[in-house]
Write a protein that binds this ligand. Structure first.
Ligand SMILES: NC(=O)c1ccc[n+]([C@@H]2O[C@H](COP(=O)([O-])OP(=O)(O)OC[C@H]3O[C@@H](n4cnc5c(N)ncnc54)[C@H](O)[C@@H]3O)[C@@H](O)[C@H]2O)c1
Ligand SMILES: CC(C)[C@H](C(=O)O)[C@@H](O)C(=O)O
Ligand SMILES: [Mg+2]
Length: 361
């Protein structure tokens, strides 16, 4: 049966990088028998400009009816002054995540051997890094109530967001992390701020309980988020699976990306319990390099590989994409974000073409 995809390029470099991922899909379709069809739809600021809303009903319906969603990025300075009820990030991105119940966000940070020198860390610290950040994606401070800005009687203004988790929300993301750890090294580190936040102590208690009761074979440790941020740079190889809340996961995954060389390399999968999946690079719309061919498309191409692996059950083709990316890096091809000093850099489309050529062999 044909795999039906929703492709949502979005804003900034979104269209630049998604174009390259679609080239890869097209080769898999034409040369490797992948039975796939996709439909594009506007999302984010671009959709706001076209339709007056960052997540038009037609786009949401397309995403809901697809077997998987491929997303570029949303947001940009031209939409930063919109009210939160129309902000691309809040309405389109958080809206899609919530509507599709994509509570489990997998963000693998793996150093390609060829890119050890591009890491922000010393080669001996960077070599062999292979971390899976499991980020809770549909709750926490991004969604908690109450929130808003209110005027106090004395004229001061009070801004408020609420960090809220219920035990069932913690249980389900913990299970995802433990299951993944079983297929990897059997270790989970849960990251929280239980020394000061009640909700974090609940997080810790629930993760421990799920671990003891259902995954006694997985080794569980806990770490405060400030220490985790430091340990990621000091000794990243101590980590295998890290499980954490929505905002801590957002921050730690950007940090982890620099261990691998560039934020332009890190893919992600956002999954629901019912089998929905959205795939996007962890980076944003990078307005500073939009439309000028400088964006690294590899995070999006690797997100496509995750899509084949997790939503389409095309493991062999997912492996092929990852091998092709390894091949172009081994061949020395570098976009500006991963090029060393004095090294020649290629553009977004050239990088996509190189992956396509490596796929074709
Ligand atoms: N998932 C998303 O759609 C998403 C994620 C993060 C930020 N955003 C939005 O994107 C906009 C810009 O945010 P930001 O600047 O904080 O973060 P960003 O990730 O867009 O960019 C941060 C830095 O990384 C660079 N960068 C990012 N992706 C790159 C790539 N593929 N290749 C090379 N360099 C790359 C950018 O040029 C920039 O210097 C904001 O509107 C923000 O809200 C969207
Ligand atoms: C744009 C923003 C809402 C988003 C997030 O914080 O989840 C982004 O930073 C990400 O990592 O996908
Ligand atoms: Mg982020």
């Amino acid at each position: 049966m044909t795999h039906k995809l929703a492709v949502l390029p979005g804003d900034g470099i979104g269209p630049d990088i998604v174009r390259e991922a679609c080239k890869v899909l097209e080769v898999l379709r034409a040369d490797f028998g992948l039975d796939v069809a996709w439909e594009e739809a506007p999302v984010g600021g671009t959709a706001y400009d076209q339709t007056g809303h960052p997540l038009p009903d037609t786009t949401l319906e397309l995403a809901k009816s697809a077997d998987a969603v491929l997303l570029g990025a949303v947001g940009g300075p031209q939409w930063d002054n919109l009210d939160y009820t129309l902000r691309p990030e809040r309405v389109a991105l958080l809206g899609l995540r919530k509507e599709l119940d994509l509570f489990a966000n997998l963000r693998p940070a793996k150093v390609f051997p060829e890119l050890v020198d591009a890491s922000a860390l010393r080669p001996e610290v960077a070599e062999g890094i292979d971390i899976m950040v499991v980020r809770e994606l549909t709750s926490g401070i991004y969604f908690g109530e109450p929130r808003g800005v209110e005027e106090l009687p004395d004229g001061r203004r009070k801004g408020l967001n609420s960090l809220v988790y219920t035990s069932d929300e913690i249980e389900r993301i913990a299970r995802v992390a433990f299951e993944i750890a079983r297929k990897r090294s059997g270790r989970v580190c849960s990251v929280d701020k239980a020394n000061v936040l009640e909700v974090s102590q609940l997080w810790r208690d629930v993760v421990s309980h799920v671990g003891q009761r259902e995954f006694p074979d997985v080794e569980l440790s806990h770490m405060y988020v400030d220490n985790a941020a430091m340990q990621l740079v000091r000794d990243p190889k101590q980590f295998d699976v890290m499980v954490t809340t929505n905002m801590f996961g957002d921050i730690l995954s950007d940090e982890a990306s620099m261990l691998t060389g560039s934020i332009g390399l890190l893919p992600s999968a956002s999954l629901s319990a019912e089998g929905a999946g959205m795939y996007e690079p962890i980076h944003g719309s990078a307005p500073d390099i939009a439309g000028i061919g400088k964006a690294n498309p590899l995070a999006t191409i690797l997100s496509t590989a995750m899509m084949l692996r997790y939503s389409l059950d095309e493991i062999e083709l997912a492996d092929r994409i990852e091998r092709a990316v390894g091949q172009v890096l081994a061949d020395g091809l570098r976009t500006p974000d991963i090029a060393g000093e004095g090294e020649r850099a290629i553009g977004t489309a050239e990088m996509g073409d190189a992956v396509v050529a490596a796929l074709r062999g």
